[in-house]
Design a protein around this ligand. Structure first.
Ligand code: HEM
Length: 315
């Protein structure tokens, strides 16, 4: 029964919520009005010819589509805005480097990427060679059996560092919501249960793979058969993973998709050169001089009588 509930029913529901939630969020964001251009910048904006811009200015304050694309890429792969993180200390009257946050964030996200890439071996048959290669490259052999995956262990440390930051630093504690703690704790529970499963309470990996492949093929009788043969430890990890999937679209974790829609990141800073019109404005039709005159006939005639010119100049 545990197998059917946690191995078949809950994962399907979670996946459906994930897909519907993400699509809903994307449509909602794509439909939002963008009335103003708000590219937060820190570099020299493109201006008069004699005002020089360095290469950093071009990515910090992009003017063209390509410069903006480079800024997005650097933001997504290198978390560049976090690299500008400084902190003002009133007692020392100074601005200090606080880039350790960047380090913790990079550490966590790249470990997560590696863990998820390695997890595709449970979902794909045959396993792509680059997944095998990554698993091989980061497997630390010789000390422990099975070999220790560096990213799988480092991610625990990275999550603790991110969590301690919210607990021990007073200002961060002040702005941390329960949902901030919850997201970190949920991820911690998932990665810790995954590691426990790999190193201490082993489960039948071939049955796990059989279950996942049957779920993907919608072969429910076969999925139930595999699900019933897997040890309960797997269902702790899998249930937490399913919960994460369902929670993802409605949580702060959705920043992974939101970054693409962020006007502060995806808009070029060309305010002075190009007028920004909200793309969702209804089309402007305008009126002819004749229509204008009909609408304000009395006032315009009165003005004309006082000797003012009311007809527009022909340019
Ligand atoms: C919901 C789908 C998931 C399934 C079916 C799954 C399955 C598994 C299995 C079977 C193992 C044991 C591996 C072994 O013994 O070699 C494992 C380990 C692990 N899992 Fe998951 N998992 C899922 C989601 C996740 C997620 C979302 C995360 C991260 C947030 C995660 C993080 C880990 C970690 C860190 C390990 C330890 C071993 C390693 O580094 O690969 N898992 N998982």
């Amino acid at each position: 029964m545990i197998g059917i509930i946690f191995g078949v029913i809950i994962p399907y529901i979670a996946f459906a919520i994930f897909v519907v939630g993400v699509v809903y969020k994307f449509i909602y964001w794509a439909k939002s009005a963008v009335p103003l251009k708000i590219p937060t910048t820190s570099g020299q904006q493109k201006s008069l010819k004699f005002i020089k811009r360095t290469i950093y200015d071009r990515f910090d304050s992009p003017y063209t589509k390509w410069e903006t694309a480079v800024r997005m890429i650097l933001e997504i792969f290198a978390f560049r805005s976090l690299l500008k993180n400084t902190r003002y200390y009133l007692d020392r009257l100074s601005q200090r480097d606080a880039r350790w946050l960047w380090l913790f964030a990079i550490l966590f996200h790249y470990c997560l990427l590696l863990v998820l890439i390695r997890h595709t071996k449970f979902f794909l048959e045959p396993v792509p060679s680059f997944v095998e290669m990554i698993s091989e490259l980061e497997a630390f052999k010789g000390v422990f059996i099975p070999s220790v995956y560096v990213s799988g262990v480092t991610i625990i440390a990275a999550l603790f560092l991110l969590w301690f930051r919210r607990i021990f630093l007073s200002r961060e504690r002040c702005i941390s919501l329960p949902s901030d703690h919850f997201a970190l704790l949920l991820l911690l529970a998932i990665v810790i249960s995954g590691n426990v499963m790999r190193y201490f309470i082993k489960v039948d990996i071939s049955a796990v793979k059989g279950l996942l492949l049957s779920l993907m093929a919608f072969n429910i009788p076969q999925a139930v058969e595999f699900a019933n043969s897997i040890e309960p430890m797997f269902y702790i990890h899998f249930a937490l993973g399913s919960f994460l999937l369902a929670y993802f679209p409605f949580s702060k974790l959705m920043h992974a998709g939101g970054i693409f829609f962020s006007p502060t990141r995806n808009m070029p800073n060309n305010n002075r050169a190009e007028r920004h019109v909200n793309p969702w404005n209804p089309p402007y039709k305008g009126i002819t001089w004749q229509e204008y005159y009909e609408a304000y006939k009395d006032q315009l005639d009165e003005i004309a009588e006082s000797g003012y010119k009311v007809k527009p100049e022909v340019l």
